[in-house]
Design a protein around this ligand. Sequence first.
Ligand SMILES: [Zn+2]
Length: 158
Amino acid sequence: MMKRETPQEMDTHSDLALPSLGRTLTLFGRAFTLRCPNCGKGPVLQHPLKLRVKCGTCAMRMQRGEHDSFLGAIFILFTMVGLANYALLLLTAAVTDETPWDVLEWSMPLVTLLLLFLLYPFAKLGWLAFDLMLRPMTPAELEWHRESDIEFEVDLDA
Ligand SMILES: [Zn+2]
């Protein structure tokens, strides 16, 4: 039986870049308006909880062809949910004379659960923006993304 050769995952050829403020704002502005951080267009979502494999305009793979890209997104998601909970707690303490701990006890886990789903696509695209901020897309990498329709070149289950 002939062994099928599997191409390796793409390693970006660009060095780490020191991002400018303008470029950073552009990348995150696109991500948090649910557009592709790379080209500013899209579509990028298959449905609210799932990114398309590739951007509909520039054809960059939304996970950049890397199996571990979700780890960064999870970090961003937990940070956003944590900050939102602190904000809710501070707001409640600021507008009430006596903090309603009994209400917060059941409402905060509920808010957390809701925010995990609501903020999920923003976290995924936010991580992609962060990644592009530090490792800008090169023409060679973009060409690599355009050459294939599959999400990852290396099948880890094989
Ligand atoms: Zn794009």
